[in-house]
Ligand binder design. Structure first.
Ligand code: HEM
Length: 438
């Protein structure tokens, strides 16, 4: 039964679109190449420029797409478009899909995750979780993030090669979000393993085997979460999930599926994205030693540097909106139900907004205008936390190691929606030099 459901979901969500995308990419269709072509996957930025040069909203038979900052902002902020990463291409297929998705294997972007629901449902759920992410609540985590960072750095061997992703960039965000949610940090290896498989489901072109592995991981994660939420029902703690379990607004409580979907999104979004921000930042700074030296000399530059990494190599490259009704985008008519692919990573290299956009410059005055955290009602709830984690973790890393060098070829994650590294071999060449700038 599981396999039958999974096969149906895979066929509708990935099999058919994947075949169409590969067919289109093979025939040179730019939008399809932007999703599936291996060389574009490695370096999508020239293809984004090409897309932008074709006008505000180029289309193929199935979808429209944009790499324009203005057009992407309009779609994200306008109420003519809904976030619906699950489908939208065809109402009948959407209905079959909704029936086939196994509620015991829902993913972070499956209904009723915040990313798939709309006001007033979205407003209610977002309000419930937002208070854990206020400026004050997040600032209170600064010390703890520093402790987690220092502890991880203590375990990195002096002078020997190590993988920055495995030893630092991945465990740090998972430990932080686990503490915020009140899930045991001892589960971190398991969360990372589940998360890495599940992250693949964000891409539209996913083979059956990878999908089955992701589905199995999601089943494991859902099963564990159900039991954990049951435990919290009996023995509530001080954490956000305990609060959500016991939340009661005039008799209105979150259902088990709502709870699981919310917990999954927070957990998944909490580490599957920030790991990329950290890896991308370290690699970019090592490739730009002059800018790294400036940061070592004047640490007040760190917030600007993090914004520029977010702009230049956005950890989330793509998102999707679906026209809720017959509407217009940038003056182009868009029929109801049409999917619009928003190339956030391309919008962040738009020369109309960012001067000399392909230059990495940590002093760029308007870097913060990027769309790396989206915009509108789905604007990233964890943006403040991600920024703080990056500032604290990067500063701690470069203070600890006076000199870091590459110790092998880095490899990029195979995901297209998420952009980051799965391996970044480094060596702390000169040992621990404390905070001494080099
Ligand atoms: C560098 C790190 C991060 C990046 C680049 C990022 C990016 C994004 C983007 C692009 C969206 C919106 C997608 C859309 O509009 O379709 C989003 C939404 C969201 N993010 Fe993040 N995120 C990051 C870190 C985090 C963290 C640490 C959390 C913490 C829990 C988090 C929680 C969420 C949630 C809950 C939403 C859904 C908000 C809603 O739909 O109302 N994110 N994120």
């Amino acid at each position: 039964m599981n396999r039958l459901r999974s096969a149906t979901v895979w066929a509708i969500r990935y099999g058919l679109p994947g075949a169409a995308i590969r067919f289109g990419a093979g025939r040179g269709d730019l939008i399809a190449r932007l999703t599936a072509d291996q060389s574009v996957r490695a370096d999508p930025f020239q293809a984004y420029d090409e897309l932008r040069a074709r006008g505000p909203l180029p289309s193929n038979r199935f979808v429209s797409a944009t790499a324009s900052h203005r057009v992407a902002s309009e779609a994200l902020r306008g109420n003519g478009f809904l976030a619906n990463p699950g489908g939208g291409a065809n109402a009948t297929l959407d209905r079959i899909l909704a029936a086939a998705v196994d509620p015991r294997a829902i993913g972070p972007v499956d209904h009723p995750s915040l990313l798939t629901i709309h006001p007033p449902e979205h407003t209610r759920l977002r309000r419930l979780v937002a208070h854990a992410f206020t400026p004050r609540a997040i600032a209170a985590f600064s010390e703890r993030i520093r402790e987690v960072a220092e502890d991880l750095l203590d375990r990195i061997p002096d002078g020997e090669p190590f993988d920055l992703v495995q030893r630092y960039a991945a465990p740090l965000p998972v430990m932080v979000i686990a503490e915020i949610l009140g899930v045991p940090t001892a589960m971190r290896e398991q969360f990372l393993a589940w998360g890495n498989e599940a992250a693949m489901t964000l891409d539209p072109d996913l083979g059956w085997r990878a999908f089955w592995r992701a589905d199995t991981a999601l089943r494991g994660l859902n099963g564990w979460l159900s039991e954990h939420l049951d435990r919290l029902r009996r023995h509530p703690g001080e954490d956000l999930l305990s609060e959500l379990v016991h939340h009661d607004e005039d008799g209105d409580r979150l259902s088990d599926t709502e709870l699981r979907a919310t917990a999954l999104l927070l957990l998944g979004a909490g580490f599957e994205t920030t790991v990329n921000l950290l890896g991308n930042a370290v690699r970019l700074l090592l490739d730009h030693p002059g800018q790294l030296a400036a940061l070592r000399a004047d640490p007040t530059g760190w917030p600007g540097a993090v914004e520029e990494v977010l702009r230049y190599e956005s950890p989330v490259q793509i998102t999707l909106r679906v026209a809720a009704k017959d509407t217009e985008l940038a003056g182009v008519p868009v029929p109801e139900g049409r999917a619009v692919v928003l190339m956030l990573g391309g919008a962040n290299r738009d020369p109309d907004v960012f001067e000399d956009p392909h230059t990495f410059d940590i002093t760029r005055a308007n870097a913060r205008e990027h769309l790396a955290f989206s915009a509108g009602i789905h604007y990233c709830l964890g943006a403040r936390l991600a920024r703080l984690e990056a500032e604290v973790a990067l500063q701690a890393l470069f203070e600890r190691f006076g000199e870091l060098r590459s110790a092998g070829t880095p490899s990029r994650r195979r995901t297209r929606v998420l952009r980051g590294y799965d391996r970044l071999p480094l060596r702390a060449e000169t040992g621990r030099l404390g905070a001494t700038p080099v």
